[in-house]
Design a protein around this ligand. Structure first.
Ligand SMILES: [Zn+2]
Length: 323
């Protein structure tokens, strides 16, 4: 296992309960927000802070160790550190609608969650293939999807709290970890909310895979380590995370007519993206609720009649938009 001391503990209210709380109910689900390494968390805000709305967890830090698989030409004329801003991904064409419909299944059971997420995963892979190919990335490389019901997960990227969704890229391979029980808990409170959350979290994690394949994720971590101030490091983290939410929302938006992301499901999705983000007293690593909503809509909303990854260049945005 690898210790990653740079990752920060990410939390919302009740973070003290982060060890083994698989049975927790919806109002405490935000405690799921911990770092992608539970073992070496360093900068935790430990004070429990009263939550305002009901925060929706996003994910742990996406960890990268080693290099992604080489594509035909991810590298641009820009330097390694500028690849986050000047990337071929931003010039790619429309994201291909997968034309997949949402799976009509109860998310009460693990089997239901597996059916739901697995299809969305395959559809999201199909959607990103063309833009990734156009970006010169290794577009045929899919992450391995791990749906689990564990209180703790051992990955190549470290030991991670079992209620935290996260991405791990390790020496040319990648994994997406999604805890089933978080989705099942939401289902018990609001089935429509559970569907919206499940759709969003898979899409966000897949977006980290897109960042990884295009060299953005690794470069972003290099940048973060190079910054000398904590404030600058957190801003880098927010650019990375807000972009993942933007790209994830873009893949949802590209397929919205077919899924369909409309009606009550759309309303709940708006709730999810509007209530996800950094909470008072905790590391500012994912972005404010307002900015999370902003970038989610930037991705979701089509430019002309289609959705493009180019809407999601958070490294080209003023600091205000990534606060
Ligand atoms: Zn993320």
């Amino acid at each position: 296992m690898v210790n990653l001391s740079r990752t920060t503990l990410r939390g919302f209210a009740t973070v003290g309960a982060l060890a083994g709380f698989a049975a927790m109910a919806l109002p405490n689900a935000q405690a799921a927000q911990t770092a992608a390494t539970a073992t070496t968390a360093t900068t935790a805000g430990t004070a429990a802070t009263a939550a305002t709305a009901t925060p929706v967890p996003i994910d742990g830090q996406p960890i990268v160790i080693g290099n992604p698989p080489a594509g035909e030409g991810v590298t641009t004329k820009s330097s390694t550190l500028n690849i986050v801003r000047y990337n071929r991904l931003y010039k790619t064409g429309p994201i291909t609608p997968s034309k997949c419909r949402e799976v009509n299944v109860s998310l009460r059971t693990a089997a239901g969650v597996d059916a739901y997420i697995s299809q969305l995963f395959r559809c999201t892979y199909a959607e990103w293939a063309l833009p990734l190919k156009q970006a010169g990335a290794a577009y045929k490389v899919a992450p391995k999807l791990v749906l689990h019901s564990s209180s703790s997960v051992r990955s190549y990227c470290g030991v991670v709290n079992g209620s935290t969704a996260f991405f791990c890229g390790y020496n040319g391979k990648s994994w997406i970890y999604i805890p089933r029980h978080v989705i099942q808990n939401y289902w018990g409170q609001s089935p429509t909310m559970a569907r919206a959350y499940a759709t969003n979290v898979l899409s966000h994690e897949y977006a980290h895979h897109v960042q990884w394949l295009t060299g953005i994720l690794g470069a972003s971590w290099q940048r973060q380590r190079a910054f000398s101030t904590y404030a600058a490091q957190m801003e880098e983290s927010r650019r990375r995370e807000l972009q993942a939410s933007c790209l994830g929302s873009a893949s949802i938006g590209a397929n919205k007519r077919y899924y369909p992301m409309a009606g009550g499901l759309y309303q709940q999705w708006v709730y999810v993206v509007s209530n996800s983000g950094d909470q008072p007293g905790y590391p500012r690593d994912h972005g404010s609720l307002k900015n999370h909503r902003f970038w989610s809509f930037a991705g979701f909303n089509a430019s002309r009649s289609y959705t493009v990854a180019g809407n999601c260049n958070t490294w080209n945005a003023n600091s205000t938009y990534v606060a």
